[in-house]
Ligand binder design. Sequence first.
Ligand code: HEM
Length: 136
Amino acid sequence: MQEDGKDFDIDITNLYERVGGTAFFVELVDRFYTYVENEPLIRHLYPEDLGPGKKHLAYFLAQYWGGPPQYSDERGHPRLRNRHMRFSIGKRERDAWVTHMTNAAKSMSITPEDAKSLNEYFENTANLLMNQDTIN
Ligand code: HEM
């Protein structure tokens, strides 16, 4: 066993590369937005033109998972909690968002391990973005 714990030739490429790069995140977000378009719980939070937000989310995720800093080049520091403060996000909205993103991820051709990593990240981040105490 080497000091870094890599005692044999494991796959050290990151998730971004494994799933197929930025094209994967663009497709994932496309599928997610198809659900959002038909989801009354959160559709009203989004602007009429879904195009720019779609692109920002896809580039953000690609950057987060190890891709190029295209999101920050265009939008600056993510400040996600700050950027979501103007939307009322309680448990219902959070659950709807996570459910649709999880389903979008499930529909893509990736390993169960990578799907699990993505879903854990989505859940944790969505929890941080809640800004309403709703009991429902
Ligand atoms: C918890 C439920 C969530 C709701 C209801 C929500 C809602 C929204 C809305 C309405 C926008 C604006 C879209 C636009 O202007 O076209 C937005 C932007 C964005 N959201 Fe969320 N979101 C949620 C969770 C998340 C999570 C978990 C992430 C990251 C993993 C995320 C990442 C982003 C990013 C990167 C943007 C674009 C920010 C920018 O303007 O540069 N959101 N979100």
